[in-house]
Write a protein that binds this ligand. Structure first.
Ligand code: IMO
Ligand code: MG
Length: 429
């Protein structure tokens, strides 16, 4: 059977413009599902000139008729998500079609404290996390001391789970010289948020499977990017979840054969926030100019993003791991008129040319990029572009090279912030 499902995921280090593309795709979808990460994600969507920032809520929330699902693999900060709902839906919560998995884990205040404390302890080896408590929450899940969204609805069990979690985490906090958490205060705060979240909590695997089996169009929206994947990314400089199509089955409770198409969102150049190797980084005037033109500052932490030339060794790696079938190229307008345009095609490592990503971050840091140069892409009128053939020859050369090297079609090209600036070359649903 052919299913109408689509994985939409970042293929770099996050911030590829996933929100905008998912929002665009969501207007044709029936369901949009977040399956990993938490409010470390920062999606900005521009609708009628107004910028909306989403962190935990799926990108389909502005589409009437779309069901938005937060699946079991997501980590949910109950206080933050209520704030986000209020910011976006004040006075019209009834318009929000949201389902949150009873199996998703809760990010609680002590996870945030621990996130900061661990980063401080690591000093110069820190990861540069978003300080949202993501790593400690996923660690608790693996340690079997996590608290799940569904636990909020059983008062006695919630108290028991808090006793277990704080039995361990309070000792850790005190050991790190931090204040311990008052269990009764947190418990009573959680009872309040539980009532507000109650209408949304359900077994989302049931909803997703019903929708998929009924032939509905279901979009799986990845947060972060493949290169931040806990297993396949540039470990240890990664996030604590798997932001790729390969993790959707376990993180959403569906069978692997139900995810058949993978749309990789890729920026026309590279950016990275936080620490970790980035061979094509341009910490110079070229990089600074792109940062300003592309507004490359974090949505969540406002940190300036590191900027570099497009790296097709990394994207080839992503493509192999996640099974990319189609590409959405974003922020292409940022490259217009830019001189010294290059793409990294290989690395040199200790005098040898290699086309793979070494597992060790230490070895990877020694890889030097080898570039292919491209002609400057002239300014062109965006709204006249309806097909690949309408693009200037220099743009076709740059994009054609990417397409051939990655063996995937360019389905979508984004040329600006508004929905009208996104051109579809290939229908995905
Ligand atoms: P979106 O969804 C860019 C990075 C952090 C850090 C590492 C680990 O906007 O693409 P974490 O707080 O997750 O433990 O931090 O991952 N990171 C992101 N970088 N965009 C994101 O999300 C990110 N989420 C996490 O900067 O290097
Ligand atoms: Mg971001």
């Amino acid at each position: 059977m052919e299913y109408k499902t689509l994985s939409v995921e970042g293929s770099q280090f996050g911030d590829e413009g996933k929100g905008k593309i998912t929002d665009y795709i969501a207007s044709h979808a029936d369901v949009v599902c977040r399956y990993q990460g938490g409010n470390n994600a920062g999606h900005s969507i521009e609708i009628d000139g107004v910028r909306h920032a989403l962190r935990s809520l799926p990108s389909g929330i502005y589409e009437k008729g779309v069901l938005n699902v937060i699946a079991n693999g997501v980590v949910v900060n109950p206080f933050a998500i209520l704030e986000e709902i209020e910011e976006n839906f004040k006075g019209r919560e009834k318009d929000l079609r949201l389902a949150i998995s009873d199996r998703a884990h809760l990010i609680l205040p002590y996870h945030i404290q621990l996130d900061g404390a661990y980063e401080d302890l690591m000093g110069k080896n820190k990861i540069g996390t978003t300080h949202k408590g993501i790593g400690p929450c996923y660690s608790d899940k693996a340690k079997r001391i996590g608290i799940r969204v569904g636990d909020l609805l059983d008062k006695d069990y919630l108290h028991e789970r808090l006793e277990t979690a704080l039995g361990v985490n309070n000792k850790v906090l005190v050991g790190l010289g931090k204040e311990s958490v008052d269990i009764e205060k947190l418990y009573s705060d959680l009872l309040v948020v539980a009532e507000r979240l109650r209408p949304y909590i359900t077994d989302t695997s049931v909803l997703l499977n019903e929708a998929i089996d009924a032939g509905k169009k279901v979009v799986f929206e990845g947060a972060q990017g493949s290169l931040l994947d806990l297993d396949h990314g540039t470990y240890p400089f990664v996030t604590s979840s798997s932001p790729t199509s390969v993790s959707i089955p376990v993180n959403a409770g569906i069978a692997p054969y139900k995810v058949q198409r993978v749309l990789a969102i890729m920026k026309s150049y590279m950016t990275r926030v936080g620490e970790g190797p980035m061979p094509s980084e341009q910490d110079n005037e070229w990089g600074n100019a792109i940062r300003e033109r592309g507004h490359e500052y974090g949505t969540v932490t406002k940190r300036p993003r590191r900027v570099g030339y497009l790296d097709l060794v990394l994207l080839g790696y992503t493509s192999r791991i996640t099974g990319v079938t189609d590409l959405a190229v974003t922020l292409f307008d940022v490259l217009e008129g830019v001189e010294n345009l290059k793409i990294c095609v290989d690395y040199s490592l200790d005098g040898k040319i290699i086309d793979y990503v070494p597992a060790s971050a230490k070895t990877y840091a020694h890889c030097k990029p080898i570039y292919k140069e491209f002609k400057t892409i002239p300014h062109f009128e965006h709204r006249k572009i309806h097909s690949f053939g309408d693009l200037p020859i220099e743009a076709k050369e740059y994009l054609g090279f990417i397409k051939d090297r990655l063996g995937a079609d360019i389905a979508i090209l984004s040329l600006g912030a508004e929905r009208e600036d996104t051109v579809t070359f290939k229908e995905l649903f």
